[in-house]
Design a protein around this ligand. Structure first.
Ligand code: ZN
Length: 255
């Protein structure tokens, strides 16, 4: 039997290859073969139909930004089809609406996929709020956090921030229904009920004015034993005496 010798250099860019877990990798981030793969993954993640390996090559795409810089005429000439060009342009325009939940996994950051994006979405609203504390609060491991922060400072702030996206996360259904809150009497930690309601909503709570079946938390900061409070006690509903503290403890910061 003849032994097969592993290549030393990348067939695409000629950089030296490195072994990682028994596999050979090209570690040159500018390697054309890798750039192509990353654009492929990006288009697939954002469901941009018609932007497969062949079109990426035909269109000569070299970065994520280059997808959004193409004009109709450029696409038409590269694909030799008006119909395909119109379709692809529509798909590209539509992809700009993607939330960070879809966008973050599209960037090919090691260990950062859909799950990590979902986790982050519970702690931050926009990628601009990203920091090590938030990663920890979201439950990301140290290696994933390191990869994400390196990407954020080296690639995102440096370059990707110019991409045509809002970079905001969306909250999943599950997060929206964290609980149903009813407020009894006057508040001390908020000036108005409306203000409290806004902050509660931001934190994933629904607010009801009376104790309905689905109420899980009663806020009573006044200390007055109202009829609502008595009903809540009877039903075994959690009674919160300081709403601001309650939200702060939950978030690790004050909303
Ligand atoms: Zn290479």
């Amino acid at each position: 039997m003849q032994a097969i010798e592993a290549p030393e250099f990348c067939p695409s860019c000629d950089s030296s290859l490195e072994w990682k877990n028994d596999l050979l990798y090209c570690v040159n981030s500018l390697c054309p073969a890798q750039v192509q793969k990353r654009i492929e993954h990006f288009a697939k993640s954002l469901k941009i139909k018609g932007l497969g390996p062949k079109s990426i090559e035909k269109l000569g795409l070299s970065s994520f930004q280059s997808i959004y810089d193409m004009t109709y005429l450029e696409i038409r000439d590269a694909l030799s089809s008006e119909k395909l060009a119109i379709k692809l342009l529509q798909e590209i325009t539509h992809s700009k609406k993607s939330s960070m939940n879809e966008l973050l996994p599209a960037f090919s950051i090691p260990l950062i996929g859909k799950t990590a994006a979902e986790k982050l979405s519970t702690k931050i609203n926009n990628i601009s709020e990203l920091n090590a504390d938030k990663c920890k609060a979201a439950g990301l491991g140290p290696k994933a956090t390191e990869n994400l922060l390196n990407w954020y400072f080296d690639e995102f702030l440096f370059d990707l921030v110019r991409l045509p996206f809002g970079f905001s996360f969306t909250k999943s259904e599950q997060q929206v229904s964290k609980g149903v809150v009813c407020i009894s009497g006057k508040l001390k930690s908020f000036k108005t009920k409306a203000q409290a309601q806004e902050v509660l909503a931001k934190n994933g709570y629904e607010v009801k004015s009376s104790i309905t079946k689905d109420v899980t938390i009663l806020v009573n900061e006044s200390g007055i034993e109202s009829a609502k409070t008595k009903t809540a006690q009877d039903k075994g509903i959690t009674i919160v005496t300081n709403l601001l503290e309650f939200l702060g403890e939950e978030n690790g910061n004050v909303a």
